[in-house]
Design a protein around this ligand. Structure first.
Ligand code: ADE
Length: 251
């Protein structure tokens, strides 16, 4: 069972993860466990203060080291009791390295993760001694690390064995083979004058596979040329992409 501990001043936000779809079901099945720790419970005054003004001045508040450090220690202790002596501690921050499919797969192989979700303008730098990894979910700024932590939990959990059935399998997802996913269609065969590509109705599985790969290559070329640049194409794939380009210019 993968153990998550989250340090956050908004533990209730994480109820959303437990309730939604396959990820909620995975928790019920005992595939992972998630415990949230509120630094306010580790604050030192009656106001449960967890933030203070930054040294050197400037706007915004900074999350104080002590309540965070204590909450992190409680999280680590719980991981230890759950059989994870060395959980990986991750700070969610726009200054971290970018989350990718490869990083998700790496994290899905861990036994336990402690996630630190900061608020305000930032976190006292001295807490970083507790942190193994800093991760960003994209080049934009959220009001706090909670949504980023939930993104991380969602994409990790769906990779764990037993979470997705065969029908929902993650093996066909975008990024798994370095390409975007192909387009999908379901009934009816015609919708507002738009027809389903005939090959998908042909019953010829080899043709359907080739069409899907061609569309995946074409879409990736159109929308994410950076992904194609990182990937070596086989002779067959190169041919399919050429076909895609020709069909596009012919259309
Ligand atoms: N906290 C605020 N913005 C974030 C981002 N883009 N990624 C991770 N954590 C964040």
């Amino acid at each position: 069972m993968l153990q998550f501990d989250v340090v956050t001043i908004f533990p209730a936000m994480f109820d959303a993860v437990a309730e939604a779809g396959v990820i909620g079901r995975a928790r019920d099945k005992g595939i992972y466990q998630l415990v949230a720790w509120n630094p306010r419970d580790f604050a030192q005054n009656a106001y449960r203060t967890v933030d203070d003004r930054p040294y050197g001045g400037g706007p915004g508040m900074v999350m104080m080291a002590k309540p965070l450090g204590r909450a992190m220690a409680a999280a680590r202790q719980r991981q230890k009791s759950a059989g994870v002596p060395k959980p990986r501690a991750i700070h969610l921050t726009p200054q971290g390295r970018s989350l990718s499919h490869e990083l998700v797969m790496d994290l899905a192989g861990q036994q336990g993760l402690v996630l630190l979700a900061g608020r305000y303008e930032g976190v006292d730098e001295r807490v970083m001694r507790e942190i193994d990894d800093q991760i960003s979910i994209g080049d934009y700024v959220l009001s706090g690390g909670e949504l980023a932590a939930m993104v991380l939990i969602d994409c990790i959990v769906r990779q764990l064995p037993g979470v997705l059935g065969d029908a929902e399998s993650a093996t066909q997802d975008s990024f798994v083979n370095g390409l975007l996913d192909c387009p999908h269609y379901t009934r009816p065969e015609a919708y507002e004058g738009q027809k389903v590509p005939p090959v998908l109705l042909s019953g010829n599985h080899a043709d359907i596979s080739r069409w899907r790969l061609k569309q995946a290559l074409g879409r990736t070329w159109q929308r994410r040329p950076d992904l194609l640049a990182k990937r070596v194409l086989s002779e067959d794939e190169r041919r399919l992409l050429e076909e895609f380009k020709q069909e596009l210019s012919g259309a």
